[in-house]
Design a protein around this ligand. Structure first.
Ligand SMILES: Cc1cc2nc3c(=O)[nH]c(=O)nc-3n(C[C@H](O)[C@H](O)[C@H](O)COP(=O)(O)OP(=O)(O)OC[C@H]3O[C@@H](n4cnc5c(N)ncnc54)[C@H](O)[C@@H]3O)c2cc1C
Length: 388
């Protein structure tokens, strides 16, 4: 580090200008708190457009994005109902928006459209893009972050560093459970039209989700890594055949986009806060994508942190006691979401006959029991607010 490197002054430095980091920046601004916020990101600004994910955003997430003027209504396809079933076994249920009393159970939006709507609200000079964080030095009343951008080194003096840089690497600070599953993603054209219905189909390989997006379905095809290798290598026609076999014959699939894949693991950071540092979004917890909880949980992290920072002056930003209150307040939501997704993956991703029977009975019970359906739907629509 060179002492001659220019120093940028800010109150809050957000590392990672992904959807969660940008939501935090906008929520702090909307709160009216007189705090200066800078973001930095490893990627070039605008490169989120190429991300292959389509995210199911809950009704609660829409309610958080709207006041930030970051809800891109035109890019979201509403989900009217969700059909849940298991392949090769009995039992199914359908959750509908009418029964839950909401305009939509959720909305499917491409990651790129979500990120673009957020980025449009953030000034160019607030973001240092194509940067890597080299180190953080803790001083008595601030931190100095050293950042490299090409051949330049910047030093950023901040009262608080918020880590929103996405899925953490393996380290002693992170508990990891590898699902030995990969998600293969594609957009496919259904016949007949999807009618705003989402499908969650549990197979012994892992969950298969179809989310309506525009006229197509965004497919999340979860399989063991060797099967993901095979799905990625197939011709389009062979991929559509494989999808059809896994899904069954309720719909036909006639065309597909190129595919992408993501390895899946549960990653939970042991501590959410340290002196003058806090972790949110995927940097705090990375979940299995089943039932679409990850971003919906991350935006609640951002919202809660912004609400806690609103009454603090710049000197109090890094107080461990204050940050601990944030960390303690997030535990129920994050562990609830992790248990919910982990429980679904572990109990459904196998072919054991007794479990298959139990799952079938569970789906029949869910279909017959409105309060149970309301509980499951509430988790998708509101997250932990459902039972708080
Ligand atoms: C297949 C799949 C399907 C999913 N479906 C859903 C769904 O339906 N609903 C849902 O709610 N969630 C879903 N998720 C989860 C969702 O994608 C994440 O929870 C969400 O993207 C987290 O946002 P984030 O901003 O925390 O992290 P990210 O989206 O990972 O963004 C992190 C940002 O930090 C930047 N960065 C990374 N490293 C550094 C660094 N060292 N320095 C600076 N910047 C850095 C990156 O460039 C990026 O801009 C899914 C995930 C997968 C894999």
């Amino acid at each position: 580090m060179t002492e001659a490197a220019p120093v940028i002054e800010t109150d809050i430095l957000i590392v990672g200008a992904g959807p969660v980091g940008m939501t935090l920046a906008l929520a702090i601004r909307a709160s009216g708190a007189p705090l200066r916020v800078r973001l930095l990101d490893a990627r070039k600004r605008g490169s989120h457009a190429g991300d292959p994910r389509a995210l199911a955003l809950s009704h609660g997430t829409r309610q958080l994005l709207e006041p930030l003027n970051a809800w891109n209504a035109a890019a979201g396809t509403p989900i009217h109902d969700i059909h849940v079933s298991q392949s090769g076994g009995f039992g199914r249920t359908v959750i509908t928006r009418e029964e839950q009393g909401v305009p939509a159970l959720g909305y499917v939006m491409r990651y790129g459209d979500l990120a673009a709507a957020l980025a449009a609200r953030i000034a160019d000079d607030q973001v240092l893009d194509e940067c890597s964080l080299h180190g953080i030095e803790l001083r008595r009343d601030h931190v100095i972050a050293t950042v490299e951008r090409g051949t330049d080194t910047h030093r950023i003096r901040a009262g608080l560093v918020v880590h929103a840089e996405g899925t953490p690497a393996d380290s002693a600070d992170v508990r990891v459970a590898d699902y030995r599953q990969h998600a293969v993603l594609a957009e496919v054209r259904p016949q007949p039209a999807h009618g705003n219905r989402a499908w969650e189909r549990f197979t012994p390989d892992g969950p298969l989700a179809l989310l309506p997006i525009g006229n197509d379905y965004s497919v999340v095809f979860t399989v063991p890594p060797h099967k993901a290798d095979a799905l990625m290598a197939m011709s389009d026609a062979a991929f559509l055949d494989a999808l059809q076999r896994q899904f069954g014959n309720r719909l036909k699939f006639t065309a597909t986009s190129p595919r992408a894949r993501f390895p899946l693991a549960l990653r939970l950071r042991r501590e959410l806060v340290a002196e003058r540092e806090v972790w949110i979004g995927n940097a705090a917890q990375t979940l299995h994508p089943v039932s679409g909880q990850g971003f919906n949980l991350g935006i609640r992290d951002a919202w809660e942190l912004a609400s806690q920072l609103v009454n603090r002056d710049a000197d109090m930003l890094g107080s461990v006691a204050e940050l601990d209150r944030y960390g303690a307040g997030r535990q129920l939501d994050r562990f609830g979401s992790a248990l919910f997704t982990d429980g679904i993956v572990r109990s459904f991703s196998n072919n054991l006959l007794p479990l298959k029977l139990a799952r079938g009975l569970g789906l029949i019970a869910l279909d017959a029991c409105k309060p149970a359906r309301k509980f499951v739907a509430g988790r998708m629509i509101w997250g932990a607010r459902n039972w708080l």
